[in-house]
Structure formats: structure tokens, C-alpha cells
Design a protein around this ligand. Structure first.
Ligand SMILES: *Cc1c(COP(=O)(O)O)cnc(C)c1O
Length: 402
């Protein structure tokens, strides 16, 4: 089979995503004959006698030991996420940032270098430039999608290439094959933060990416009621990452894991509606005279359309747009006039959320920095939830036309 044929075969996913979301990772027969997993609230796990302890230490028995090293609810969620991602292994953290920090701390040592595409979550950037820097790790940021610049930044100290796809808030998509090939050519590992895509829309590991990361706070949890993070990849490459998590902590409570497992049951259904709502809202906005520009990779006008179309199953619920001839206050007035989306940071939950990046994330930054990060005063970011498409569109219409 050709590479393309192999990839197509893989993309056909033997069992559908809804079957996987509902059943993967779960035992067929559970405690008390319950259909759901019990929430196992135990910080530690008991041994019947000294011999049982010794058997465990000598790895004659796999079992739980102490909560920081793993728990029954965590094992189920990790297996489910690995199955959804098509990965050998997934490691769950208490937040997306804990996952990024956990991976980079495990992989980088003093003197190592990391190269980033520059449209990225500002806290990921901050962790590298402010904190990893204190430990002698050097970060380079190159323009998003500029593979020549990324290649030029690679040298023998480079250990990892990092990008988001799609990026936030510009929704730029990266050619994952090209990204993986660049890493392989220089024997440098690659990490894609695919929080905005989710494994429903694209699975970066199928393109040869080494690690895929998600803030599970967003679409995977999906209900704006928990924080969590996940890294998926090969067992071998994640071994030291899991070991460091056992030292560092950053693990979830049994209750939080249960919420994530419950949220994942409807993952495919939710993603279908998020994708539908995102596209419908993007098309509505693009046709509206008060809108200057819409950023949505499912629109042919988006610079990433050619990369995303045909590879992504859908483009998610996040839509970013610029209001024509509006200053920051007139833009804020539109945000204040919508009646369904709530004003809040975050994205990917069943409730639609709206925000003006200038105010929510960049208020204290200089105009120069805002320009550098591509955040004009008239930008609005809307995370479409799973409400009825017609209601979201009508709500935006009245906010724009009032
Ligand atoms: C939210 C987010 C993060 C951080 O995740 P938390 O769960 O909030 O720690 C990282 N990357 C992207 C793309 C995000 O949207």
C-alpha cells in the first residue's frame, strides 16, 4: 500500500468515534454490575501483606500504589483518549498548561533549544521564554507557517519543534506532513497543540507528529465545568514524561476524571454541532456588511483553507472576526449586545462564549505588542457552543444591526 493509501485506511477508523467515545477504555463488567465506572476516591491503595508489597515492587503484579502514580479513573480516561487519538498512550494532567510544562520539563535540559511557531497560547510562550529560560533552555519564535524560518532556526542543540494547529485566535492551520518531515529530517521531535482541532477533526499522529497535546478543558471535557490536559504519543517516547508526572504531580481528582469521562461520551455529537455552528456563523459573518474580515479555516478566504480542506473533517466552533470601521468601544458594544454567548475566556464548551481579545487577553500589553501578535482593537472571538445554529446567527444579527 502507498503511504497515502495507508493513511486513508487509517483515517477510516475501524470503529466510529461515538462508539470509541462511549466504550473505549472501559471494562465490560464493572463493580456492582453498574453500567458506569465507580468514582474511586482513594489517595492510596492497600496491600494485604508484606509479600504483596514485594510482588508489586518486583513488578510481578500490576496494580495501583499511590494516587500520584495513577488511579483507576485515570486509567479509563487515558485509554479512552488514546483510542480517540489513535495513540499508543495518553497521559492526563490537571490542566493543559500542566501537560505542556510536564512534557517540556521531561524533554529539555540546560543548553537545549526549542523552536515555536509564534501564533501560540500566550502562557505556553510565557513558560518557555520566562521559565525554561531560567534553566538555560533557549526558545526561538518564528512566523507561523514559515517552514524556511523554522528550518533556519534548527541547529544541533534543537530538541523540539512546537506549533498549534489551528492557532488561536487566527485559526492558522499547519501542514502537519511538512512539520513532521522537518522534524524527522533533523532528528528533532515535534509537538502539535491540537486543542482547537480535537481528534474528531484531525489526528496529528497519523501525519508523523511525535506528540499531540490538548487542553481537555476545552472540547474534550466540553461542558465548561473542569480543567484538564492530555498528551498522546508512543509508549516509548512518553515513558520519561509519565515518570516526571509521578514526581511533579499535576494529576486529577477522581471526581474530575469522572466528569471528563462523562463529557467524552458525547464528544462526537458535540463536535458535529460545534463544526456546523462554526461554519454557519463564519459564513453568515463573512456575508454581513458590518464585518471586515472573518478568520475561519473552513472559508475559502482563509489563508489556511487549502491546507485544512480535505484533511480536517471540520473546522471547530471558534470563529474570529473584525468589525468594519469600528474602534475598540464600538466593538465592545457588539460583544455587550449578544444575548446567548456569555463573556468569558475559554472555548470548546456547550455554552457559546464571546470575547474581545484586546480586552480579555491583551489589555495590559503595548499597542506594539498587540500589533506584533495580530490583535487589532476591532477583533472579536466567538466560541460557538452547541446551541441551535439559527439562534446563534439571529443573535449575532441583532447585535450587529441594533
Ligand atoms: C486553553 C489552552 C491551553 C491551556 O490549557 P488549560 O487547560 O487552560 O491549562 C493551551 N493551549 C491552547 C491552544 C488552549 O486553548
Amino acid at each position: 500500500m502507498s503511504l497515502q493509501a495507508t493513511m486513508n485506511a487509517k483515517k477510516q477508523r475501524p470503529r466510529g468515534d461515538s462508539t470509541v467515545s462511549v466504550h473505549a477504555g472501559e471494562a465490560r463488567h464493572k463493580a456492582c454490575d453498574a453500567i458506569t465506572d465507580a468514582i474511586c476516591c482513594s489517595s492510596t491503595y492497600t496491600f494485604d501483606d508484606t509479600q504483596a508489597v514485594i510482588d508489586f515492587i518486583e513488578q510481578k503484579q500490576t496494580r495501583e500504589e499511590y494516587g500520584r502514580y495513577g488511579s483507576p479513573n485515570e486509567k479509563v480516561v487515558e485509554a479512552k483518549l488514546a483510542a480517540l487519538e489513535g495513540a499508543e498512550e495518553a497521559i492526563v494532567y490537571s490542566s493543559g498548561m500542566a501537560a505542556i510544562v510536564g512534557l517540556l520539563m521531561a524533554k529539555l535540559s540546560s543548553g537545549d533549544e526549542i523552536v515555536f511557531f509564534d501564533q501560540c497560547y500566550h502562557r505556553s510562550r510565557e513558560f518557555c521564554t520566562k521559565h525554561l529560560a531560567r534553566f538555560g533552555v533557549v526558545t526561538y519564535q518564528v512566523p507561523t507557517g514559515d517552514f524556511q524560518a523554522m528550518e533556519a532556526a534548527i541547529n544541533r542543540r534543537t530538541k523540539i519543534l512546537v506549533s498549534e494547529s489551528p492557532t488561536n485566535p487566527h485559526l492558522t492551520c499547519i501542514d502537519l506532513e511538512q512539520f513532521a518531515a522537518l522534524g524527522k529530517a533533523y532528528e528533532v521531535e515535534t509537538l502539535i497543540d491540537a486543542t482547537l482541532a480535537t481528534p474528531y477533526n484531525i489526528r496529528p499522529l497519523e501525519y508523523g507528529i511525535d506528540y499531540v497535546l490538548h487542553s481537555a478543558t476545552k472540547y474534550l471535557g466540553g461542558h465548561n465545568d473542569l480543567l484538564a490536559g492530555v498528551i498522546a504519543g508512543s509508549h516509548e517516547q512518553l515513558e520519561n514524561v509519565r515518570q516526571l508526572r509521578g514526581v511533579m504531580g499535576g494529576i486529577n481528582s477522581a471526581h474530575n476524571l469522572y466528569l471528563l469521562q462523562r463529557g467524552l461520551k458525547t464528544f462526537e455529537l458535540r463536535m458535529q454541532r460545534h463544526n456546523e455552528n462554526g461554519l454557519a456563523v463564519a459564513e453568515f459573518l463573512e456575508a454581513h456588511p458590518r464585518i471586515e474580515r472573518v478568520f475561519y479555516p473552513g472559508l475559502p478566504s482563509h489563508p489556511s483553507y487549502a491546507i485544512a480542506a480535505g484533511k480536517m473533517r471540520g473546522y471547530g466552533g471558534l470563529v474570529t472576526f473584525l468589525v468594519r470601521d469600528a474602534d475598540w468601544r464600538q466593538t465592545a458594544d457588539i460583544v455587550d449586545r449578544v444575548t446567548i454567548p456569555r463573556i468569558a475566556p475559554s472555548l470548546g464548551g456547550v455554552e457559546s462564549l464571546i470575547e474581545q481579545p484586546l480586552v480579555m487577553s491583551y489589555f495590559t500589553q503595548t499597542p506594539q505588542d498587540r500589533q506584533r501578535f495580530g490583535i487589532p482593537d476591532n477583533m472579536i472571538r466567538l466560541s460557538c457552543g452547541i446551541e441551535d445554529t439559527r439562534d446563534l446567527v439571529n443573535d449575532l444579527r441583532q447585535a450587529l444591526e441594533q
